[in-house]
Design a protein around this ligand. Structure first.
Ligand code: NAD
Length: 335
């Protein structure tokens, strides 16, 4: 199939091109993100391939459908940026990569927890300046530490397994508890109870209307003093303003985020010579107890290869009119 691939970086192009031998698709790689300003670039293609910050709202999908586009192939698991109902209405297939490496994201989550706890960014900077003092670097043992996991699907489950290895006391909230977690001894509790009992709260649920700003001022007020909050899922699970207030009052003692609700204008770009216009984000960067990575949790060799393998396979299946098990339907959204 002739596919317009949006939001691409050199590594996407490399992995897609190297994997395409057995598939024979024709790719046009665009660095631009897909939105109303760039939708015309898709003209002449049978499908579009997009990533986490491309905008596929009703208007964009209508324009794509008018250009004869029949397929939206997501190179990611989350589909919160696609209006699935509109896509169905316009007769378009939407496919995704439900699991490329849950290990990559889970391991990055643990990286943030460990680095924040032991203040690795501060100690690294200090040592490079010849300062070997320990004041301000004291951490805590993870052994016996109560951790709350919101969402124990593929990623949350691996986070639970790793933290179980550290000896943490694990609580979880998920409408569909995981047998693996139950076997590990993870205690499923209500969301409020999880907030009350956990000294670390880590988010692994999808972004949906029900989970938008699941961490707001009210949720934060129920948490432990000096709680560590980790988000490697989707930015809008967190009300950033409420979290900034929590950091200022020291209710939140540590924040580790790989995602940000307005990341679309920032992440995946080199803005080192630019002035950051997002004051809220700039404020976050000023806190000594905040660690931000720019949506890199997925970024391992194994995950990027798996994204290419699954995406190309998804495109082939739709092109041949076969059933694609990675198709996203409105039924899946409602389930
Ligand atoms: P998954 O579908 O396997 O698991 C999601 C879990 O969340 C499910 O068990 C589901 O029952 C649960 N859930 C649904 N509604 C909930 C609610 N209201 N409260 C608590 N739990 C709820 O998904 P996954 O593969 O584990 O991925 C989780 C999220 O991680 C994705 O939705 C995606 O947004 C994010 N992600 C981020 C990156 C990254 O690079 N930062 C990469 C991949 C995925």
């Amino acid at each position: 199939m002739k596919v317009a691939v949006f939001s691409t970086k050199p590594y996407d192009q490399r992995y897609f091109s190297n994997t395409n031998d057995g598939f024979g698709h024709e790719f046009t790689f665009f660095e631009e993100k897909l939105d109303m300003n760039t939708v015309r670039l898709a003209n002449g293609h049978g499908g579009v391939c997009v990533f986490v910050n491309d905008v596929l709202d009703r208007d964009v999908l209508k324009q794509l459908a008018d250009q004869g586009i029949k397929l939206v192939a997501l190179r990611c698991a989350g589909f919160n940026n696609v209006d699935i109902e509109a896509a169905e209405e316009f007769g378009m297939h939407v496919v995704r990569v439900p699991a490329y490496s849950p290990h990559a994201v889970a391991e990055h989550t643990i990286t943030l927890i460990l680095a924040l706890n032991r203040r690795i960014n501060k100690s690294h900077a200090r040592i490079r300046e010849g300062n070997f003092a320990l004041d301000g670097l004291m951490g805590f043992d993870l052994n016996d530490h109560p951790v709350g996991i919101v969402g124990t699907g593929k990623i949350g489950e691996i986070v639970a397994r790793i933290l179980h290895g550290f000896g943490c006391k694990l609580y979880a909230f998920d409408p569909k508890p995981s047998p693996v977690c139950e076997e590990l001894g993870v205690e499923y509790v209500s969301l409020d109870e999880l907030f009350q009992k956990s000294y670390i709260v880590t988010l692994h649920c999808p972004l949906m209307p029900q989970t938008h700003h699941i961490i707001d001022a009210e949720a934060i007020s129920k948490m432990q003093e000096c709680v560590m909050l980790i988000n490697t899922s989707r930015g809008a699970l967190i009300d950033t303003k409420a979290v900034i207030d929590g950091l200022k009052s020291r209710k939140i003692g540590y924040l580790g985020i790989d995602v940000y609700e307005e990341e679309g204008d920032l992440f995946f770009k080199d803005l080192s010579d630019e002035i950051i216009q997002d004051d809220q984000f700039a404020r976050l960067l000023m806190f000594p107890n905040v660690m931000v990575t720019a949506h890199q949790a997925f970024f391992t060799h194994q995950a990027v290869q798996a994204i290419a393998d699954t995406t190309l396979q998804n495109i082939s299946e739709i092109e041949k009119g076969e059933r694609c098990e990675n198709e996203v339907t409105s039924e899946l959204v409602k389930s």
